[in-house]
Structure formats: structure tokens, C-alpha cells
Design a binder for this molecule. Structure first.
Ligand code: GUN
Ligand code: FE
Length: 460
């Protein structure tokens, strides 16, 4: 095919992580994208064909060159976000999980029976996430099929890559009458319909949005429902998402109901697959970790939400050492920020707190959990390639064969909090980008080679 297949060539300085400890700085590279939105070739100035490709791109109007002070990154991936809870973001954080769900969250989510309410809120949410650099989002919607499909339509219209789950919850003890599936049978049937309907939405010919089987968490689901959804996962090969061992209450509730931990319950019902995303996993045991790794399932680490609801800090270092697929989630509205840059910072800060410990009344050797701290490089990996690995999709890296899902960070823009100095080496600049990027710095966003934001505005 060669050069004639290129539809877009980006000339940029940029960064990409190929693993937790392998960060690559791309200097003046040419990133060549085909009409299906994949990166087909990356040339560095040392490559023989570099000049020829650059001239070809220029002559054919395909070249987009970043300006000094601008850097290309893979788009960020939010592995766990509750779309309907957008309305509650930044409030109602004053109760433990089980009360927060009953008092604030279920009442809000039940309102998405109203399609107009859903449309308005989902539109604002998807736009805001794109503006914050989230090119792929993994959404919990609500129990309502119509509103969940509407979220899919909005992602297609605004250009975000998304994995979307219609939530399943049928347990009559835990779920209020006004917000639950009528029965396990109807929950399974509605999920099946949702999967087919979402896959076949017009505009989704390239599967930019994907359905996710979504048992909310073990406490809200009957065994019949979990079994049916496991069967559906096998049948449809869909992604699966749920919450796992999130808080003291939740973890112990599952042990008292089943005598085993969340991950084993999910596994017994066929819900632990290569494409399963477990939110939190804060209390997973060594044995749970082995199970998760052996199943090649993934974890959405939600560090901000964990400060409010988890009662502990996720043992991220141990998960990374065990090579468990891991990425980051905002967990809105249990987390109050839509930014995965913020999630990077909170992951680093949480790991530092775990490393050093937090109780000044304890002597320093008893206070912390030495070796727990993670680096900004590891956080960058989690936000990008790590998320892509969890999803088993070619996203999260600037690499041949991956989708061109990318963002441009402008460090010079008016109002920037990033301050680069002459003696900053490339890794210093990446570190400053991770710590200090704000929405104003994220000027361009592409998903699948298609520009969805330009100069900080939706490209419509
Ligand atoms: N567990 C079950 N549902 C939820 C939810 O909406 N948010 C969080 N953080 N945990 C949950
Ligand atoms: Fe959650």
C-alpha cells in the first residue's frame, strides 16, 4: 500500500508508554494514519523515507504539524465512569457507600427513565470528557435500555470511543422497588436486546461503541441474574464490567452471602473473562489476584473515589508486580473529577500515602507499606496503554497497528499552569504535563483518526 494509503500525517513531538516502565519520546516523528483511523507507520527523522513522506504529505494537504511547545499523547482512557451520576458530580460525598447508593444515587439514576433528561445530561458529559482528553470511556448507564442506547448515539455523534453497559440489578432486598429490574429473566432479556441494538446503531459500522454486560455488583444481583449474564457473556463475547471488593461493607457482604470473595463469585458465574473490567478491587486477596491474572481480567483503579468510599488504598504496586492488567477510572460521581490527568495524580498521591502510612501516632516503621509508591511514568501508562490492555483493544499507544486516538497538549497556551524551562529534559516535560495539564491545555482531540475537537472546541 505505502504512502498512498495515508489520509493524515501528524508531525509531532510526543510521548507514548509501551509498558509501565517503557516510555518513548517521539521527536519530530511523522505519524501516518489510514482512512480506517489506524496508525500504519511512524517515521523518525533517522528513517530513510522521512523526507519523501513529509513532502508527499505536504503536497497532498495531509500534513498537520504541531507548533513548538505542543506535544502529542495517546488519548486517555477512563475505565470506569457512571454516566448518569454526572448530575451529582461534586456533591453528596458525605455518606458511606451503601447509604450513598440508597440516598443519592438510586434516586438520581431512576430519573433516566425520562429520555429528555438523559439526552441533555449525557451530551454535556460526553463533551466534557472529550475536552478533558478522554478518548475512550467505559460507562455504566442505568437500568433503562432506551436511555442507555441514547448514550451510545451521543458518543457516536460527538465522536468518542465508548463501551457502554445497561446496568443489571434485580435483588429485591438491596434494590428499591422504584429502581430495579422486574426479574432476572427480564434483566437478561433486556441486556440481550441492548447488546443487539447498540451494535447495530447507525454510524457504528466500525464498532466505535461496544456493549458491555453490566451486573452492577454482587449485592444487587440474584444468583439467577449473575448466571444468566455469565451465559450471555459466553454467547456474545461482550465485555463485562462490575464492581469488585470495593469497601469493607461490600467485601464482607459478599463473603457473608456466598462464603467467598467477589472475584470468585464472578468467576463461578462465568463473569471473569479476558474482557472483564473490575472496578476498584481494593480488598482483593493474593488468591483473588492470581485468579484475576489467570483469567486475564483487568482492574479499573479509581483512586479518587477510593478516598471517599473504599476504606483503604488499592495495592497498586502489588497488582503491577503481578502483571495484572490495570488502568484508571474516574468513577464519577463517587469521584468528583472528570479528568484522567487528575486520576493519574490521585493514583500517585494515594500510592505515596500507602507507602509512608498516614497515622502519625504510629512509629515510622509501623506506619507505611514500603515499596508501594508509583511513579508519574507508571501513572501515564495506566491512563493510556494500561487501559487499552485491560480492554483488549488497540488503543492507548502511539504505535503502528493502533487506532489514532490522540490529544495535543499545548504548554504555551494562555492560562496554562504548565511552565516549561530551558533546562527541562523531555521526561521533565512529560512529568509537568502529567501533573499540571488542565482542560485549557488540551487543544486537539482525535478518535480513530477523526478530529473531534479542534482549538479546544467541538469539531462539528
Ligand atoms: N457499587 C455499586 N454501585 C456503585 C456505584 O454507583 N458507585 C460506586 N463507587 N460503587 C458502587
Ligand atoms: Fe463505580
Amino acid at each position: 500500500m505505502g504512502m498512498t494509503s495515508y489520509c493524515l500525517v501528524i508531525k509531532a513531538n510526543g510521548y507514548t508508554a509501551h509498558s509501565a516502565n517503557d516510555i518513548n519520546y517521539l521527536e519530530n516523528n511523522l505519524i501516518c494514519i489510514n482512512k480506517s483511523g489506524y496508525i500504519v507507520k511512524i517515521y523518525s527523522p533517522d528513517d530513510e523515507a522521512y523526507c519523501k513522506v513529509q513532502s508527499f504529505a505536504l503536497d497532498n494537504g495531509l500534513l498537520y504539524e504541531l507548533k513548538p511547545g505542543q506535544y502529542l499523547l495517546p488519548g486517555f482512557i477512563d475505565l470506569h465512569i457512571h454516566a448518569p451520576q454526572w448530575v451529582n458530580m461534586g456533591k453528596a460525598l458525605d455518606r458511606p457507600l451503601e447509604q450513598w447508593l440508597q440516598e443519592y444515587t438510586f434516586p438520581l439514576e431512576s430519573r433516566y427513565a425520562d429520555l429528555n433528561f438523559a439526552k441533555e445530561n449525557y451530551q454535556h458529559l460526553v463533551h466534557t470528557l472529550l475536552a478533558n482528553g478522554t478518548t475512550t470511556a467505559v460507562y455504566f448507564a442505568t437500568i433503562h435500555r432506551e436511555a442507555s442506547i441514547e448514550l451510545g448515539r451521543i458518543c457516536l455523534a460527538l465522536g468518542q470511543r465508548a463501551l457502554i453497559g445497561k446496568v443489571s440489578m434485580d435483588d429485591r432486598e438491596f434494590c428499591p422497588e422504584y429502581y430495579r429490574d422486574d426479574s432476572s429473566k427480564s434483566a437478561i432479556e433486556e441486556t440481550r436486546l441492548f447488546i443487539n441494538q447498540l451494535r447495530e446503531l447507525s454510524g457504528n459500522e466500525e464498532n466505535r461503541i461496544l456493549p458491555v454486560i453490566t451486573p452492577r455488583f454482587v449485592p444487587t444481583c440474584t444468583p439467577e441474574l449473575l448466571a444468566g449474564l455469565g451465559e450471555l457473556a459466553r454467547e456474545t463475547n461482550c465485555h463485562v464490567q462490575t464492581h469488585c471488593s470495593e469497601s469493607d461493607w461490600e467485601h464482607n457482604f459478599v463473603i457473608s452471602r456466598y462464603g467467598i470473595t467477589d472475584s470468585h463469585v464472578l468467576n463461578d458465574f462465568g463473569l471473569m473473562t479476558r474482557k472483564t473490567i473490575l472496578a476498584h478491587g481494593n480488598f482483593i486477596t493474593d488468591d483473588d489476584m492470581d485468579l484475576i491474572r489467570n483469567r486475564h481480567s483487568g482492574i479499573a483503579h479509581c483512586p479518587l473515589s477510593n478516598f471517599y468510599f473504599a476504606n483503604c488504598i488499592f495495592p497498586l504496586r502489588i497488582a503491577l508486580n503481578k502483571n495484572i492488567h490495570t488502568g484508571l477510572g474516574s468513577d464519577i460521581s463517587a469521584g468528583y473529577s472528570p479528568s484522567i490527568f487528575e486520576a493519574c495524580r490521585h493514583a500517585i498521591t494515594a500510592s505515596k500515602a500507602l507507602n509512608d502510612g498516614v497515622n502519625s501516632m504510629l512509629s515510622n516503621e509501623k506506619r507505611g507499606n514500603q515499596g508501594s509508591a508509583i511513579t508519574f511514568k507508571e501513572a501515564f501508562w495506566l491512563a493510556t496503554g494500561g487501559g487499552g490492555q485491560v480492554l483488549d483493544l488497540p488503543v492507548g499507544q502511539l504505535k503502528e497497528g493502533f487506532f489514532f486516538d490522540a490529544i495535543v497538549i499545548d504548554t504555551n497556551i494562555f492560562g496554562s499552569d504548565i511552565f516549561i524551562q530551558n533546562d527541562d529534559v523531555p521526561l521533565d516535560i512529560l512529568q509537568k504535563i502529567i501533573y499540571n495539564t488542565q482542560r485549557v491545555n488540551i487543544i486537539d482531540v482525535w478518535v480513530g483518526g477523526k478530529k473531534v475537537m479542534f482549538n479546544n472546541k467541538l469539531d462539528s
